[in-house]
Structure formats: C-alpha cells, structure tokens
Ligand binder design. Structure first.
Ligand code: SIN
Length: 358
C-alpha cells in the first residue's frame, strides 16, 4: 500500500485499487501505433502520481495493487480478491470512497459482480465505489486514463447532492451504475459507457438519479462472495446459423453446472438445441436464456415456452448473466447448507428483475 500525500492509513482517504488494464498499459511505439500495446504494465501508484498535481487539495489517497492484468484474463480468483478488498474498505471508517482502475474488456462482469455482492453495503455505508479504465494506453498521445481517473476520484470523494453510496463507473466524462456498463465498441473512447443509462459527471441528471434510487430500493441483500474454490463452472453458448446439437452435447459429458444461452433475437435458440438443452436440465445443469443482440429484454416464455426450470435473463447480457448465475448457484448452495430451501432461480431472479434505468 502507498499513500499520497504521506498519510497514515488511519487518516480519512480514498482507496485506489489497481487491477491493471489499458489505463495501466504501455505501447512500444505510442506515436505510430498506440493501439498495439500491453495492458497492465504500470503500477497503480504511478498512475496516481502522474495526476498528483491535478488532485483536489487536501484529498488523501492510498493505493493498493490487487492485480495488474489484461482484464480479458480476469479470473474467479481476481473477483474474490477484489470483492473482499472492497467489502473490507467499505467497513473501514478511514476509507471515504473507493476507486478501482480496471481493464475495460470485462468491466461488464466486474460491475455486475460488485453490485450483486457489495451494492447494499456501499449504500448503507454511504460510500461510492467507482470503476474506471481507459481505451488508450498510458503513454499514448491523448491518453484518456488520467482524466477518467481524476473524474473517478472526484466522484468518489465529493459530496454529490443526493447521489447515494453505491457501485458506479466513470468513463469519458460520464457516470453510470457499474452494473450497466457494457463495452459495445472495440475502440471508441466511450466504448464501455456509450450504451449505458448515464449522467454527465459534472451535472447529475435527475431522471438517471431517480433510476439509481429505484434500483437501490429493490436491491435488499448482497449475495455472498464465493470462496476461491467454490465458484460454480458456468459457460456461455451462442446460438447461431448452423448450430449443431453436438455443441451442447459436449457439455453434458463435463462437470459444468450452468449454461447461459446467448440466443438470437429475443433469446431463442436453434431448434437442434432443444433436445440437448432439455437433457442438460434433467442433469441438473442450470439454464438461463439471454439475447445476443446486445440490447433489450429477454422475457420468460418468449419466443417459445421455456423448458421447466430455465430462466429468462431480463436485461442481463450473456456475460452479466453468467456472473449472476455463478453467484446464484453459490448463494443457493450456501443457503441450503444453512437449512434454507432456496434455489438458484430465487437468487438469479433478484438480479434479473432489478428495475431498468432508462
Ligand atoms: C483490458 O481489458 O485489460 C484491456 C482493454 C482495456 O482496458 O481497454
């Protein structure tokens, strides 16, 4: 851990957790080819030092490196470590807010994970947890990381009227709930946030804020963070033209515990998958349907009647539904061990049924 300015870790501060990503990336020829680079090369302390002169006066920061990876390599273990660090910081009276620097490729998964495991705690502790990243490596001309990090620090530390504690994200001058992030463009500077309901970081949009409050009112209880060896194995299968039953049948021979179908259109899948997916359910493999379109809602029994036990994922994209299903399977197992007769469907529905911010 390191502090800027030099403060005791017991003094009030913002905690900056480093996970890596392009914000910490370095290009070998930044002028000629800034998009050819290695993510996760610069430590979080150096990222903070780099913007030191712009950090608001009196704002004390403590940085902690949890990982320095390209987020396409994000693992269950990384999520457990991040979730536990965030929980600990939320309960630490000296931490006023938390900023997480992260690769943008899987911000979508991490945002949903933190909302589902730490969202209530952040709200009750009245602290903001802000995810941020960058689309250009740290040494590229016009790198967006420094301004994103500054915006995130301001959002985490400033008393923004009415904006409650919670799990948010900031990119390209806009803020959103972290569970709404989804990178839907390969290179645009606003890629992770361009399709998310969001607000300018400078002027909070009242209708967005009322949407945030509706989500928070509906989120009653955080789900447990799976222990390292307890993350259920869940895969995403994309239905497509020419899909073959063998694709599903292969999984029936494995120990997979859940399948998320990224279906076409409204979340339908190829007719040739109907029999093997029914077989998956009969083998107690959890089944969830999403849409591969990238937007809109997957509704129960549309376009066809769902096989018994299969859940439609609502507005959850396939990557988010995968994390939600892992957390739901783990929560159901923990509940059952404690003698509570709850199913993965009970826990999954709590996430999938959250109100949508428009
Ligand atoms: C990553 O996700 O770590 C690389 C891409 C990025 O951060 O934009």
């Amino acid at each position: 851990m390191s502090s800027i300015p030099n403060i005791s870790e017991n003094a009030p501060h913002i905690l900056v957790l480093g996970m890596g990503g392009t914000i910490a990336g370095l290009a070998s020829h930044p002028e000629e080819n800034p998009l050819q680079y290695q993510a996760g090369q610069v430590g979080v302390e150096a990222l903070v030092q780099h913007i030191q002169s712009a950090i608001p006066q009196g704002l004390a920061l403590v940085s902690r490196q949890l990982a320095n990876i390209n987020s396409r390599n994000l693992s269950d273990a990384h999520l457990t470590a991040l979730g536990l660090a965030v929980k600990e910081a939320l309960l630490d009276a000296s931490v006023r807010g938390i900023v997480i620097t992260h690769g943008t490729d899987t911000l979508e998964e991490t945002g949903l994970f933190l909302q589902a495991t730490c969202g209530k705690l952040a709200q009750t502790q009245a602290k903001r947890v802000i995810l941020t990243g960058a689309m250009l490596p740290s040494n590229a001309p016009g790198a967006d990381g420094p301004s994103n990090l500054l915006d995130a620090l301001r959002w985490a530390s400033t008393a923004i009227e009415n904006c409650p504690g919670g799990i948010y994200a900031v990119m390209d001058g806009r803020g959103c709930m972290a569970m709404d992030l989804a990178k839907r463009h390969a290179t645009a500077l606003n890629a992770p946030i361009q399709n998310s309901p969001s607000s300018s970081v400078g002027l909070i949009n009242p209708s967005w804020l009322s949407g945030v409050k509706a989500v928070q009112a509906a989120w009653n209880e955080d789900l447990p963070i799976p222990q390292l060896d307890k993350w259920p194995w869940v895969e995403i299968l994309t239905s497509h033209a020419g899909a073959r039953p063998e694709t599903v049948n292969q999984w029936l021979k494995s120990d997979v515990q859940g399948l998320v179908v990224a279906g076409s259109g409204q979340g339908g899948f190829h007719d040739d998958w109907a029999a093997p997916l029914s077989k998956a359910i009969s083998q107690s493999i959890a089944l969830v349907r999403t849409s591969r379109t990238g937007a809109g809602t997957t509704l129960p029994n549309i376009p066809e009647t769902d096989p018994p036990g299969c859940l439609a994922a609502g507005v959850l994209s396939a990557p988010r539904a995968r994390i939600a299903l892992q957390l739901a399977l783990n929560a159901a197992e923990e509940a059952n061990l404690a003698g509570k007769p709850l199913t993965w469907q009970d826990f999954f529905a709590r996430i999938a049924d959250l109100p949508e911010i428009r």
